[in-house]
Design a protein around this ligand. Structure first.
Ligand code: HAM
Length: 426
């Protein structure tokens, strides 16, 4: 029996109402906050991610699904990659289609996306090799931190609407590239005498991108990590001011947050503001729900004009896992058909097909099976379908044009014409 590949999974029908709900609420949040949807390809040139996300990140260094596309007679094979994230692609699309061209100065472009991403990470609960993200990117010439607070406010509304509680907003500033370079020097100096107390991965991080040492989860490294200088103490003046304004905007909106000076995010394009929303204890070890930040300069890195950017993405998989049990139960129950048609006998069966068609044309979700069964068996099938009502059609009902509509939870039954049934179920 051929099964799914490690780290991938089927999302089965019983879970789809939960996925759809998260997507629907996200789309509603995006509508209210003025975001338009964009869909970019699942694979892109490897170079886009290598340059955009950064060669020294774990994502590019060891997690990408990269392949050489078959060579044509006139060219060498091209290196392509299944997208590990979507910010680089959205910025590429923004540049490629000159989405900025018809904007007035200061006007921002707000885009959102929903789709699968691919990372060759070690699979575990909440971590998959094909996972789904919902994300948003705001691009333009303005880097006003007001937009950062507005986007986070939108996320707060979204979490509240989904009844997800117990989350924490963590914020930090990772500064400008220049101040970060000076900080990295300091950091490396502080790590060097402690290298023998750090794991092999940390050694590699020290060599390639010392900032990533803060991502290490290994217990024995934590004492050294806690003693290292933090980036927030080495910020350039402009970044410090920006961070101050960002916090003031959050305060003004009554949004609670914690500054975590060791949160550096796993992608290289961030400048200044970085944030994460950490989920509640339903998530276990993989508890980061949302990650995002500012990426002024990413456009230039991939060959575009100077552009400011800010955005986030969350894991749809983890968001679904975070839904409260009672909410998940309610969503599953609401996914049932409105009515299950029970017919008795051959003539009633033919008549029932037309009734089903008319109900469906009126927008009602109808379940019906084709086998002619005894009343008791048919009612068992109706209950199993979880429909709210059963519509009973026998020879008498066909003759009178009045059908038995039974409420399957309350148990009561009424005799109604087709129009009355439609009015009741609509
Ligand atoms: P990221 O932190 O790499 O950021 O991913 C964002 C979220 O995607 C994570 O917080 C997590 O919920 C989910 N996620 C990541 N990897 C996996 C996985 N293997 N399995 C399940 N869920 C996962 C980005 O991707 C940036 N592009 C976010 C961004 C947008 N920054 C600015 N704009």
């Amino acid at each position: 029996m051929i099964q799914t590949v490690r780290g991938t999974r089927d999302i089965l029908p019983e879970d789809m109402p939960l996925w759809r709900r998260v997507e629907d609420v996200a789309r509603e949040a995006f509508r209210r906050y003025g975001f338009s949807e964009i869909r970019t390809p699942i694979f892109e040139k490897t170079e886009l991610f290598a340059r955009g996300v950064g060669e020294a990140t774990d994502i590019v260094h060891k997690e990408m699904y990269t392949f050489i596309d078959r060579a044509r007679a006139d060219s060498e094979g091209e290196s392509l990659t299944l997208r590990p994230e979507n910010t680089a692609s959205v910025v590429r699309a923004y540049i490629q289609h000159k989405i900025f061209a018809d904007k007035s100065p200061g006007e921002l472009t707000r885009l959102y996306y929903i789709g699968p991403m691919f990372r060759r990470e070690r699979p575990q609960a909440g971590r998959y090799r094909q996972f789904y993200q919902i994300g948003a990117e705001v691009m333009g010439s303005s880097d006003d931190p007001a937009i950062e607070a507005e986007v986070i406010e939108m996320l707060e509304w979204f979490l509240k609407e989904l009844k997800i509680t117990g989350t924490t907003l963590l914020i930090n500033s990772v500064g400008e590239p220049a101040s970060r370079a000076a900080y990295l020097e300091k950091l490396r100096e502080a790590i060097k005498p402690n290298l023998d107390r750090l794991c092999a991965d940390c050694h590699h991080r020290y060599e390639t991108n010392a900032l990533r040492v803060f991502d290490c989860k290994i217990e024995s490294c934590q004492a050294v990590i806690a003693s290292l200088p933090v980036i927030t103490d080495s910020l350039d003046e402009a970044s410090r001011e920006h961070f101050g304004k960002f916090k003031a905007h959050l305060d003004a909106r009554g949004i609670a947050y914690k500054v975590n000076p060791r949160m550096v995010r796993g992608l290289d394009y961030y400048t200044r503001t970085a944030f994460e929303i950490v989920g509640n204890d339903k998530l276990g070890a993989q508890n980061t729900l949302v990650g995002g930040g500012r990426y002024d300069g990413l456009s230039e890195t991939i060959g575009g004009p100077p552009t400011k950017g800010f955005g986030f993405a969350f894991g749809l998989d983890r968001m679904v896992m975070s839904l409260p049990e009672d909410e998940a139960g309610r969503l599953r129950a609401a996914d049932a058909p409105d009515v299950f048609i029970v017919f008795l006998g051959e003539a009633a069966r033919d008549h029932a097909f037309n009734v089903a068609r008319d109900l469906r044309a009126a927008g009602i979700a109808v379940a019906m099976e084709f086998e002619d069964r005894k009343m008791k068996k048919a009612m068992t099938a109706a209950a199993k379908s979880r429909a709210r009502y059963a519509l009973i059609i026998g020879d008498d009902e066909v003759a009178s044009g009045k059908y038995g509509l039974k409420n399957l939870t309350a148990g009561e039954q009424e005799s109604l014409t087709l129009d009355e049934v439609i009015a009741k179920l609509s």
